[in-house]
Structure formats: C-alpha cells, structure tokens
Design a protein around this ligand. Structure first.
Ligand SMILES: C[C@@](CO)(OP(=O)(O)O)[C@H](O)COP(=O)(O)OP(=O)(O)OC[C@H]1O[C@@H](n2ccc(N)nc2=O)[C@H](O)[C@@H]1O
Ligand SMILES: Nc1ncnc2c1ncn2[C@@H]1O[C@H](COP(=O)(O)OP(=O)(O)O)[C@@H](O)[C@H]1O
Length: 480
C-alpha cells in the first residue's frame, strides 16, 4: 500500500479526530487506558494547529486520511514537541507512523528547531521502543526543560510513573537544504489619513498589530547566483512577486555596497523561493509585504550579509509602505507612510479575522475622491484608551464592496468589527481564545474565519534567533 504525506486541511478535522479515537483503543487493558480514553482532541485546537501548518496527514491511495502528526511549537524557543501522532490500527506496521514522524522532524529542522521532544509510555511496543528506533532517547524528566511537558501531562491526568520523556536532537539545515521561515499577517487596529505628500503618497497614522499566523516562506541557497520562484502565485508573475523582488533587491544591494561581499567563499549567492500562501491576497493583512520582509531578513542571515535592521527596513520601504514593520518585527504605532515606527506593547488579545473573499485594490482606494484625507492627528494615548478605533477606508469600502459590508455587519453582531488596512478582511478583538473560536465556528459559509493571536514580537524574529542558534551550535559541534 502506498501513502502520501501532506499538510492537513481544516476539512480533515473530523477524520483526524476519528483516527485518534480508533488509535486509543489499542491501549485498552493498559493501566493508562482510563486517562487516555478520557481525553480526546479538542477540534478547535486541532484547527488552530492546522491553520499554522503544524499538522501533516498520511493519505491512502483513495486520498483518505489514515494517520497524522501534530507538532507543538509552544514549548520553548528552540524546541518542538510531538503533540499527537496516530495511525489507524488496521494500517499499523506499514511505516506510516515512521514516515509521519520523520516528516515532522524534517520540518522542525528546516525551521531551525534544535530538538523534538515527546512524552510516551515506556512499556508499550509502539511507543518508547518505536521512538528509540527513530533517534529519540529517554531524558531526565525532572529537568527544567520538561517542566512544561509534565505540566501538560498533569493537566491531562496521564500516569506519571508510566510515562517517559524522550528527545531527538536536530542539526541545522545544510547548505543545499530548505530552510523554513514564517511571514506573519498584520492587522491595522485603526487607520487615519492625515495628509498627502507631494509624491502622491498619503501620510497616515495606524497601529500595526502583528499576528502569530501567516504565510510560510521556504528558501534554499543556489550556487549559480539565480533567484528562482518555485510554485508561484496564480496571477502574480515571478518578476512582480514581492518575495522575488525582495531577493533581487537584496542581491543588487549586496553586490553594490562596499564592505558587503555576497560572493564570500562558501555562501552561494542565489536562492530558490517557495511560499505557502495562507494570508488572503489583497486582504489588507499585508501578506505580500510580509513575504518580502521575511525574504530580506532570512536571506541576510543565509547569505551572511550582516546588514543592519535599519538597512533592511529601508530596502523594505522601497518595496512597499507596509514592509518595514515586518522587517522590524514588532507591533507598532506607525506614522509617515507607515515606516516611522514606535514599538508598542499591547494587551494579549485574540482576533477573529474574516475573509469575505473580496480582494480590494489598495491603489483605487487611496485614489477615492470620497476618502477622508485631512483627519486630525490622533495620539497614542487616544488609541490606548480605546477612543481611536476607526479606519478611514471603512466607509469607502462599505459603499463599494457589499461583501465586505456584509462581513462587517455579521461580525459586528458580536462586538466592534473593524476593517484591516484597505480591506477586504475584517476582524474582531476577543479577550479569550474560547470566545474567538466560538464566534469563528459560527462563520457563514460565504466567508472564511481564522482565529489568530496578537503578538508584540514577530514570529520571524523568533525564527531568526532559532536559525542563528542552530547554526552556531552546528558550527561549534562541527556538524557540517
Ligand atoms: C493601506 C495599508 C495600511 O497598512 O495596507 P494594506 O491594505 O495594503 O495591507 C498600507 O498603507 C498600504 O501599504 P502597501 O500595500 O505596502 O502600499 P505600497 O505598495 O507602498 O503602495 C501601493 C499604492 O498605494 C498608495 N499609497 C500607499 C501607501 C500610502 N501611505 N499612501 C499611498 O497613497 C500609492 O498609490 C501606492 O502606489
Ligand atoms: N508574495 C506575494 N503575496 C501576495 N501578493 C503579492 C505577492 N507578490 C505580489 N503580490 C501582489 O500584491 C497585491 C497585494 O497583496 P497583499 O500584500 O496580500 O495584500 P494587501 O496589500 O491588501 O495587504 C496582490 O494582489 C498581488 O497582486
């Protein structure tokens, strides 16, 4: 029997939950049975993980899910965990679990994680002995590194005396291997236009709230100096793709700048680029800009250019007004055309982000005669007090795009719904994950809902720190 492993899709949630329920039956009669059978996967958490690309599914020849693996990246800076791995009992002994495990570990290595951890039963053949065959070793579970995992075990009521914790070390991706980088989405928590510059660009004030959810950019160095886009986005030819333009701009800058040697021995100056698009295009969530920023930041590291954040932000500004905030990687108060940034520390919030499936052309909106361009200046304190929440584009978009208006109206039934950027995506702030998922679960079929968390620091900065750490560790242990 052959099988295929690919990223899980939200439509597979029920199937994956059913696989887990069948797989747990194998523990019947084991002392852990009572606690294992009492705990099932919360579908909303699985959906959240699928939306972040942390779940892979094994499909049989009929494209039916027969197993899955779920990675948890909340455990620590450079550690990923196996949250769940299950294969249908009648599909056991065929290498499906092993392939899923290897797939998840390969992704974690490419994303700069240094270790994969898991908790399992010591005495069950397809548990600890299986993981031991795949490079995992039992660790001292009393160590501080496992406090988080044990706390989870306690919450789940798992029998501590029967459980072992295991770790597998990962090495940094080698020269010709893929590396994986996040490109988070943003929301504009308010947006005011205060004037227009002689070059036609608008002076605005906004708060960029970075999210813990977005696109995934994959980069692989090329020896021939070329920048190649694999896959590509329908309707976006590679020369106009912001990810490609960012790589080319950085390459040109590095070749022209004094003191920067892109052709330095050992660092191939070309790159293959792949992007997994999750952020709706033309949605006001800054997807293209974030892809570009991720390419700038990641290639600065991979090409060992050592350009400063200021230089990268300025290169980003040349690509688009929204790029600098993603390069700097902090939620921020913004002025100018969006490039004058003051980092903000905002209260922890979850967001229901609704895609009405109606791309809104930014340029046309900035040109709209009815757009208010002379708003009085807001202050950070007026935003913090909750007084300033309006978006200058909202009345224009409402009048021109009925689907966006309908999305605002529907979401507005649960609280204050706002437009992000020039739209068409709209969002609502919620104080808890449960509240946000409860609203998202009721989303009408005409729209798509995503729950995301606001973050002060971009996942890109975390990824950069991870990749740097992994490279340093591999260099010092002579792993490459
Ligand atoms: C409206 C905002 C709010 O965050 O976001 P989106 O809705 O695009 O996500 C941004 O200002 C969009 O930034 P971005 O999408 O990067 O814009 P750019 O590519 O630089 O510009 C596209 C076009 O929009 C107009 N533009 C853009 C920014 C600005 N401050 N004034 C403008 O007039 C210009 O006509 C420009 O040619
Ligand atoms: N890598 C990319 N991802 C998304 N859009 C891109 C990309 N490269 C170029 N574009 C173009 O930029 C436009 C704006 O896209 P996007 O940044 O997703 O939305 P917004 O500016 O509304 O936040 C798209 O409609 C597309 O034509």
């Amino acid at each position: 029997m052959s099988f295929l492993i690919e990223r899980a899709d939200p439509s597979q949630i029920d199937a994956l939950c059913a696989i887990e329920r069948k797989a747990v039956q194998l523990f019947r009669g084991h002392p852990a049975w009572a606690s294992y059978s009492a705990i099932s996967i919360p579908p909303e958490l699985l959906q959240q993980a699928i939306g972040r690309g942390l779940v892979w599914v094994a499909l049989n020849e009929a494209a039916v899910p027969v197993g899955f693996v779920w990675l948890d990246t909340d455990a620590g800076d450079s550690v990923a965990g196996i949250a769940e791995i299950d294969v249908l009992p009648d599909h056991g002994q065929r290498g499906i679990g092993a392939a899923l495990l290897e797939h998840a570990c390969a992704w974690a290595g490419a994303a700069g994680y240094r270790r994969v951890d898991l908790g399992t039963l010591a005495d069950v053949r397809w548990n600890a002995p299986f993981y031991a065959k795949h490079g995992f070793a039992v660790v001292d579970k009393d160590g501080p590194a496992f406090a988080y995992a044990r706390e989870r075990d306690r919450e789940n009521g798992f029998p501590d005396h029967l459980r072992v914790f295991m770790s597998r070390p990962l090495s940094a991706p080698g020269r010709g291997e893929w590396t994986v980088w996040p490109a988070p989405a943003k929301l504009n928590l308010f947006l005011r236009i205060t004037g227009r510059r002689p070059d036609g660009y608008h002076e605005l004030q906004t708060v960029f709230r970075l999210l813990d959810w977005g696109d995934e950019v994959r980069l692989r160095l090329r020896d021939d100096g070329e920048v190649r886009r694999l896959g590509g986005i329908p309707g976006v030819p590679p020369p106009t793709d912001l990810a490609v333009r960012a790589a080319q701009l950085l390459q040109r800058h590095a070749r022209a700048a004094t003191g920067v040697n892109i052709e330095r021995a050992g660092v191939p100056p070309g790159v293959d680029i792949e992007v997994t698009k999750r952020i709706p295009m033309g949605g006001g969530l800054g997807g293209g800009s974030s892809d570009a920023a991720t390419v700038l930041v990641a290639l600065n590291q991979l090409w060992r250019l050592d350009l400063t954040e200021d230089v990268l932000a300025e290169l980003g500004r040349q690509l688009g007004a929204d790029v600098p905030v993603f390069v700097r990687g902090r939620s921020a108060w913004a002025e100018g055309i969006g490039e004058q940034l003051t980092p903000l520390s905002l209260p922890s919030r979850h967001y229901v982000v609704l895609d009405p499936h109606e791309p809104v052309p930014t340029v046309a909106l900035f040109q709209a005669p009815e757009l208010t361009r002379n708003a009085p200046r807001a202050t950070i304190s007026s935003f913090v007090s909750g007084e300033t929440t309006e978006n200058a584009f909202a009345p224009v978009v409402r009048a021109r795009h009925p689907r966006v208006a309908a999305a605002l109206d529907w979401l507005g039934g649960f609280g204050q719904a706002r437009l992000s950027g020039s739209g068409g995506c709209v969002f609502l702030e919620a104080k808890s994950f449960d509240r946000a998922t409860a609203i998202a679960a009721r989303c009408p079929v005409a729209f798509t809902a995503q729950v995301a968390m606001g973050v002060d620091v971009s996942p890109l900065r975390d990824a950069l720190a991870r990749h740097r750490g992994a490279e340093r560790a591999t260099r010092t242990t002579g792993g490459r």
